[in-house]
Structures are given as structure tokens and as C-alpha cells.
Design a protein around this ligand. Structure first.
Ligand code: SF4
Length: 439
């Protein structure tokens, strides 16, 4: 790759790499397209990140609006707290996933996008159900609110860790008989399988580079942070860009920047744009906290803790573990395989095997769980996972608790204390002194 790293100072004075700025521009452009849909006449499908059928949606000239991404954007802009309290006043319980409450609270005030303009009412709620029950309840609420057409793709849960031909056939049948006819009807565009093949070609090219990027964490030192930096890296492919040339270009640019860092033996960039001097290599399970994202990241980078692999960067598609790629020669079947293989659709023993492999392959010093108070889908079984990883690898593990976009559940002093004692435990373990006990 010939692309060279080029750091740029953005409007907020933070040093950002060219790929981060490119990604920001791509996402802003997508919000402009979404919010101008009433004028342009573009049709909009609302769908979730895990199991999203972006390539298929684009075959019908439709735009893709992802409610979790809207909640994350509002979380990072510190607007989600008020939205969540509004939703609670409307009767939604404290335990409900805070992405849902941020979305419902935002909807009550006109569904304002990050560009300050209202998001359009979706023309289709396209629920691709991949393992989280909340997805279903969330769209029931949206259907009540919008009264728009709803289609569900039921993806069977990989309960015993395997997917079968029957499961694949079942998903393909629904794509042919339910999902594609719904998209044709709503958009007025006839399905063209060659158009889908073309998008899938772009997906596979970008997926190769995504895997290369995520696996670069195996270098010593790691040139990437696969959690805090990782959420930027997965942004385009997990959202409205999988299957586009723009995503292929983005990952080529990113790969060039990382190659440059490897050649210079630099660690990942910190929130301040400086390279981290790697002291601890971690594997992290669970989504990050978004409302204090920068402070949370600094608690790691200030201590020289680098996340070399994370499960969260697999939530919108698992491409490294068993080598899945979208396949233009088997278009509908590969969409089915993608949905079946989503991280949230995999059982706990498979997730533990994945984490154990990351611990070994990335030469990690420890395993950290960031348990999300309101995400049952991720949090269930995390203590078992932690004990299992400790037993299998002999490496120290730790458990912290935060939330997605509810600022009330991010306690900086507690998290910092826990992390600091965990890093000390890793030090002790290295010197052969301490037992691998959870913090
Ligand atoms: S419960 Fe977790 S997996 Fe389910 S929608 Fe909320 S954040 Fe996503």
C-alpha cells in the first residue's frame, strides 16, 4: 500500500488521522442524505447493525438508518441523558436497553439527527433478528409510533455453536419470499441480482482490509487500539457503507496509515493524537461507554494499556474468526451466512473459544470485561466467560461495569480505581508474584 499517514488538526483542535476525518465526512454525508429524503424522495429502511442487509437495501436505491448509531451519536454528544429521562417519564423502565430509550426520547422531540435536522419517518422497518430479543421489542415500539411497513427476517440462533444447511435455506427462503418483495414494493424498484453481486464484491474487498487492520494488533507493539480506535475502524463497514466503493477506499487509506505506523514501530494514536507507549496488552469484551468515551479511553492510554483485540469490533460481522466473506457468487446464501454468524447470534461457548484464541494469537497480558448495565444480550454469561478465560489462559481478568449511553452509569473514579488495580495485578503476575484472580 502506498498511502501514507497524514495527521490533520480538526476543528476541535484534536489531531486526527486522515482516515478518521474521511470517516467523519462519510457519516455526515449519510445523515445529510437521510434528512433530505423528504425533498429528494429517497426511501428509507430502518434496520440494526448486527445482521444488517446494507447491500440488499442499496439494490433498491434505499437509504439505511440505524437506530443504534443515532443513539451512539447522541451519547457522544452528551445529549442522550435527557432523552433517556424523557423515555423513563413515558414509562420505559430503568432496565431497558439505553439505546432504545435514547431513541424513544429523541423520537418524542422530533427525531433530530446530528446535523440538527429531523430524521425522516422510515418507509420500512427491516428487522433482521440476530440474537437480541430487544431488537424485536424496539421495532414493535417504532411500528406503533410510525405505523409503517415492517418486515422481519428471522435468523435462527446458533444454539449449539453450529449453523446448518437447513438454517441457511430457511433464511434464504425468507429473503426471497418476504424481504425482497417488501423492498420492491416500498421502493418501486425491481430486484436485480447482478447489482447485489457488485455490492458484495465491494463488501468482500473491504472485509479483507478490515481483517488485516484488526489483525495488525498482533504486532509488537500493536499499531492499533482495537477497542477505542477499533470503533472508528469498524464504523463504515458496520453502518451504511458495507458494499460501497467509499468503504473500499476508506479501508485502503486506513491500511496505509497502519502500515506506516508498523514501519515506524509506533503504537496506536491516543485521543490527543500521540502514540501510546505499550505497557499492557488487553483483550476486551463488551461494548464501550459512549457518554464519557474520551475520558474512558484516556484511562487506558495514560497507563500504556492497549486493547489488541475486542469482541465489540465483531458485533456487525465476524470476518476474522472463521474467515467469512460476502460472496458475489452466492449472493443470497452469503447474506444468510453473514446473519447467522453475527456475534450476538453465537452461543457462549463459541464466544469463549473466540476470546481464548484472541488471548493467544495477540499475546495478551489480560482479559477485561466492560459489562453494560442495560445490554442483556452482551452481559448475560460474562462472569462465566471471565472465569473460563482465566482458567484456560492463566492470565488475569477483570470486570468493570458501565453503560452505553446513560451517563448516570459511568462512575469515573470507580472505573479508574479498578483499572489501576488491575494493571498492578498484571504487573505482579508478570513478576510471577500474584495469582490470576479477578479484580
Ligand atoms: S440490548 Fe444490547 S445488543 Fe440488544 S439492542 Fe441493546 S445494546 Fe444492542
Amino acid at each position: 500500500m502506498s498511502t501514507q499517514s497524514q495527521n490533520v488538526t480538526s476543528d476541535d483542535g484534536v489531531v486526527k488521522e486522515a482516515s478518521m476525518l474521511k470517516q467523519k465526512a462519510m457519516i455526515a454525508d449519510n445523515y445529510e442524505k437521510l434528512t433530505s429524503a423528504p425533498e429528494t424522495g429517497a426511501k428509507v429502511a430502518a434496520t440494526y447493525v448486527p445482521g444488517n442487509l446494507n447491500e440488499l437495501i442499496m439494490c433498491f436505491d434505499m437509504l439505511n438508518n440505524l437506530p443504534e448509531i443515532n443513539a451512539i451519536q447522541n451519547g457522544m454528544r452528551k445529549k442522550s441523558g435527557a432523552m433517556i429521562t424523557d423515555a423513563e417519564k413515558m414509562g420505559h423502565s430503568e432496565d431497558v436497553c439505553t439505546y432504545v430509550k435514547a431513541d424513544i426520547g429523541n423520537m418524542a422531540k422530533g427525531s433530530i439527527a446530528p446535523n440538527g435536522k429531523p430524521l425522516p419517518v422510515p418507509d420500512l422497518l427491516l428487522l433482521s433478528y440476530t440474537g437480541c430479543f430487544t431488537f424485536m421489542k424496539w421495532f414493535e415500539l417504532l411500528r406503533d409510533q410510525y405505523g409503517c411497513r415492517t418486515t422481519m427476517l428471522h435468523v435462527p440462533y446458533a444454539a449449539d455453536g453450529n449453523t446448518t444447511q437447513n438454517m441457511r435455506d430457511y433464511v434464504v427462503k425468507q429473503l426471497k419470499e418476504d424481504v425482497i418483495p417488501a423492498l420492491e414494493e416500498v421502493s418501486g424498484v425491481k430486484f436485480d441480482i447482478d447489482r447485489l453481486r457488485e455490492h458484495l464484491r465491494h463488501s468482500a474487498a473491504a472485509e479483507d482490509d478490515v481483517v488485516w487492520v484488526l489483525e495488525s494488533g498482533k504486532n509488537l507493539p500493536s499499531p492499533i487500539d482495537a477497542y477505542f480506535g477499533g470503533v472508528y475502524y469498524i464504523g463504515p463497514i458496520f453502518t451504511a457503507f458495507r458494499g460501497t466503493e467509499a468503504a473500499v477506499d476508506y479501508y485502503r487509506l486506513l491500511r496505509g496509515e497502519i502500515e506506516d505506523r508498523i514501519a515506524k514501530e509506533l503504537g496506536p494514536v491516543t485521543p490527543d493524537g500521540e502514540p501510546v507507549e505499550e505497557k499492557y496488552r488487553l483483550v476486551v469484551e463488551g461494548p464501550p461507554n459512549w457518554t464519557s468515551f474520551r475520558d474512558f479511553w484516556k484511562m487506558f492510554s495514560d497507563e500504556g494499556a492497549v486493547v489488541v483485540a475486542s469482541t465489540y469490533t465483531k458485533v456487525g460481522g465476524v470476518y476474522d474468526y472463521d474467515g467469512f466473506r460476502h460472496d458475489p457468487n452466492n449472493p443470497l446464501e452469503s447474506l444468510a451466512d453473514y446473519c447467522l454468524g453475527c456475534y450476538t447470534n453465537r452461543n457462549l461457548p463459541t464466544r469463549v473459544d473466540m476470546i481464548e484464541k484472541y488471548m493467544d494469537d495477540f499475546q495478551a497480558d489480560g482479559f477485561l470485561v466492560n459489562s453494560i448495565k442495560s445490554c442483556n444480550s452482551f452481559s448475560a454469561g460474562q462472569l462465566m466467560m471471565m472465569r473460563e478465560i482465566e482458567t484456560r489462559t492463566g492470565k488475569p481478568a477483570a470486570f468493570i461495569e458501565t453503560d452505553l449511553v446513560d451517563p448516570r452509569y459511568f462512575s469515573p473514579a470507580n472505573v479508574k480505581n479498578r483499572l489501576e488495580s488491575y494493571f498492578q495485578m498484571i504487573e505482579q503476575k508478570r513478576r510471577g508474584g500474584g495469582p490470576a484472580k479477578a479484580a
